[in-house]
Design a protein around this ligand. Structure first.
Ligand code: UDP
Ligand code: MG
Length: 162
């Protein structure tokens, strides 16, 4: 069994997921967390923060040339954001699937944005779009000591013993 756990450990990834101020204010924290949790992903860090506008600009630095950048950063810093790190096999890519398309009008039913949001400017959740951004965003939002490494009791049932 130890061997199996080690084999899986090599494939484990971490991604940064944030519930934006609209998702927090609409009371969707538990609903969103439960979708990641029930899937079998593991929560390794979580905190509620009100980011400054400067911090929001850092988070969205890739989008600074876009016309919506200023409004987006104003919005992200307008209230509490629930910042999280989730761990699991394929969690970066599959997390994006759980979230759905950027524009909720184009998100499939069954996805978080498809089920719970209507317009692109209020799409309730952020998720890292690849391994590099996941690493950068986790480092931006969390100190190393805020990431909790532990073995979840469910892991052997989610992944199998080997
Ligand atoms: N956004 C917006 N208008 C647009 C495109 C994006 O307000 O036309 C916002 C939206 O909140 C989105 C965020 O900017 O979630 C970041 O855009 P990105 O393209 O990275 O989408 P995501 O990765 O969040 O799906
Ligand atoms: Mg993005």
């Amino acid at each position: 069994m130890l061997q199996g756990q080690e084999a899986h450990a090599a494939e484990m990834e971490r991604t940064f997921i944030a519930i934006k101020p609209d998702g927090v204010q609409r009371g969707l924290i538990a609903e969103i967390i439960s979708r990641f949790e029930r899937k079998g992903f593991k929560l390794v860090a979580i905190k509620l923060v009100v980011p400054s506008k400067e911090f929001a600009q850092k988070h969205y630095h890739d989008l600074k040339e876009r016309p919506f950048f200023n409004g987006l950063c104003e919005f992200l810093s307008s209230g509490p954001v629930l910042a999280m790190v989730w761990e699991g096999e394929g969690v970066i890519k599959y997390g994006r699937k759980l979230i759905g398309a950027t524009d909720p009008q184009k998100s499939e039913p069954g996805t978080i944005r498809g089920d719970l949001a209507v317009v692109v400017g209020r799409n309730i959740i952020h998720g890292s779009d690849g391994p590099e951004t996941a690493k950068d965003e986790i480092n931006l939002w969390f100190k190393p000591q805020e990431l909790v490494s532990y073995t979840s009791n469910a892991e052997k049932w989610v992944y199998g013993a080997n």
